[in-house]
Design a protein around this ligand. Structure first.
Ligand SMILES: Cc1cc2nc3c(=O)[nH]c(=O)nc-3n(C[C@H](O)[C@H](O)[C@H](O)COP(=O)(O)OP(=O)(O)OC[C@H]3O[C@@H](n4cnc5c(N)ncnc54)[C@H](O)[C@@H]3O)c2cc1C
Length: 440
């Protein structure tokens, strides 16, 4: 079914026919290859607001997107929709290095912003891929391993301009750290997956870029000893990031050190001493890496490099699903032991997981290697995990796995309140409908 002709004519008039494509020419978005009925690239926030207002009559789902690096996150997108590319909104609006504050349009990529900031020795300390857009970063609010040293995007966000589902652009927050009277509405859009508004402009608090950067890899003879050492080190040394892998034989963990030269030398020395004290089988070495490797692998279709099985066969397992949840370091080892068993029993061939200190667990399930095996049961693994109190969400799943359950788990009491919020900010349910918790 195509979108209403009159609506497409409105969109072409608003953003220019050259910036609208429909039908077979539309390029798929995200790793799962979602193809919307039409896609347009507005050139300003005003054009976005006008498109949303024009849609009041047609109620066509509108799906903003940036780099498409997390487009598969959330519930499945509607079959017929207008995708809204943010990539033409890519300008730096205001940058005052002396104030450590920047305002940029939301379609600017993370890589473009960082390049502009690096020139002044500043940065936004995140682990995101360069092709992700600023609006996409905010809408997904997934923080990576650097959260240990720098906090999350929530701490860096000062203000936003957003076009809500009624087609009105609203500003919240501001350009200084404490200037909000009333509710901090800008924070509502963090992690909302673009269901409450299209983010068009954002202001961030910046950090000076550290003078040194080094990634250290720890090897340990077994998971229990290695993980215990990591917990201790992550608590007492000022790492920028720390991530430990499961199951890992030998066990591997990575630490990022980003500091002034004297501080870096001190941290590296203390790390070396702790590893030597830990005994035989423990070692640490410097890696030539820009960041911690565990989370550099994007949540999109990929294969593990060759894995040699016990019978000598070499295979390349394929990612089936990626799950994430907030976890405590002390619970992670036991959770992983159980998850390893559940995953095996439910048809997954391999579990790879890592823990980003201080509080994030990520597990990747890989397809069973036998040809012709039944589809593994992701829903049952999720149920088991959630019954243990882990609020696991599905970050990505292979298109050929059945999508039976909600990516966000069973309904919770607060979902009614969230629905009220959605209705207030997007009364017609135009923006990313059905993709967030509770199917709104
Ligand atoms: C390996 C890895 C590590 C990462 N580490 C971090 C990290 O440490 N910190 C961090 O913050 N992020 C991190 N990210 C980035 C984050 O998870 C997303 O991949 C990214 O921010 C999505 O940006 P995008 O432009 O590709 O969005 P898309 O994939 O295009 O869209 C993702 C979602 O955002 C919505 N959206 C996109 N643009 C807008 C907009 N302007 N307004 C409203 N909604 C919008 C879409 O509708 C969709 O629901 C990481 C990502 C990866 C792959």
């Amino acid at each position: 079914m195509a979108l209403p002709e009159n609506f497409l004519a409105d969109v072409a008039r608003i953003c220019g026919a050259a910036h609208l494509v429909a039908g077979d020419e539309v390029r798929p978005i995200g790793g799962a290859g979602y193809r919307p009925a039409a896609s347009c690239a507005p050139g300003s926030a005003d054009e976005i607001a006008e498109i949303v207002r024009a849609d009041d009559e047609y109620a066509v789902p509108i799906l903003p997107f940036g780099g498409g690096t997390a487009f598969d996150y959330g519930e499945a997108p509607p079959a017929e929709a207008l995708a809204l590319s943010m990539r033409r909104l890519d300008k730096l609006v205001a940058y005052e290095p002396a104030d450590l504050v920047v305002t940029a349009q939301a379609g600017m990529t993370f890589g473009e912003l960082q390049a502009a900031l690096f020139e002044h020795g500043q940065w936004l300390p995140l682990d995101a891929p360069p092709e992700a857009t600023l609006g996409g970063l905010l809408a997904t609010d997934r923080s990576g391993p650097r959260r240990l040293g720098y906090g999350t995007l929530r701490d860096m966000l000062l203000g936003l301009t957003v076009v809500n589902g009624d087609g009105i652009a609203r500003k919240s927050g501001g350009r200084v750290v404490k200037n909000v009277t009333g509710y901090a509405l800008e924070k509502l859009h963090l992690g909302a997956l673009g269901t409450l508004g299209v983010i068009t402009e954002c202001t961030f608090k910046l950090r000076p870029r550290p003078e040194t950067h080094s990634v250290q890899e720890l090897e340990a003879p077994d998971f229990a000893g290695g993980f215990a050492l990591c917990r201790d080190l992550a608590k007492r040394l000022p790492f920028a990031a720390a991530s430990a892998g499961f199951p890992g034989k030998p066990f591997r963990a990575q630490f990022a050190v980003e500091a002034s030269p004297p501080d870096q030398a001190r941290v590296l020395r203390e790390l070396q001493e702790a590893v030597e004290k830990a005994g035989a089988g423990f070692a640490v070495k410097e890696l030539e890496a820009e960041g911690i490797e565990a989370d550099l692998a994007p949540a999109r279709p990929r294969r593990l490099q060759a894995v040699t099985l016990t019978d000598g066969r070499t295979v390349e397992p394929e990612l089936a699903a990626r799950l994430a949840w907030p976890a405590r370091a002390q619970d992670f080892p036991a959770q992983m032991q159980k998850l390893d068993v559940w995953a095996g029993e439910r048809g997954f061939g391999l579990l790879m997981a890592f823990f980003d200190f201080p509080t994030r667990a990520v597990a990747e399930l890989y397809f069973k290697l036998d040809d012709g095996a039944a589809a593994p049961d992701l829903g049952a693994v999720l149920d088991a995990l959630r019954s243990e109190g882990a609020a696991a969400t599905v970050v990505w799943q292979a298109p050929r796995l059945p999508r039976e359950r909600s990516a966000f788990g069973p309904p919770r009491e607060e979902w009614d309140l969230m629905r009220t919020l959605k209705l207030a900010l997007d009364p017609r349910g135009l923006l990313n409908p059905g993709r967030f918790v509770g199917g709104f």
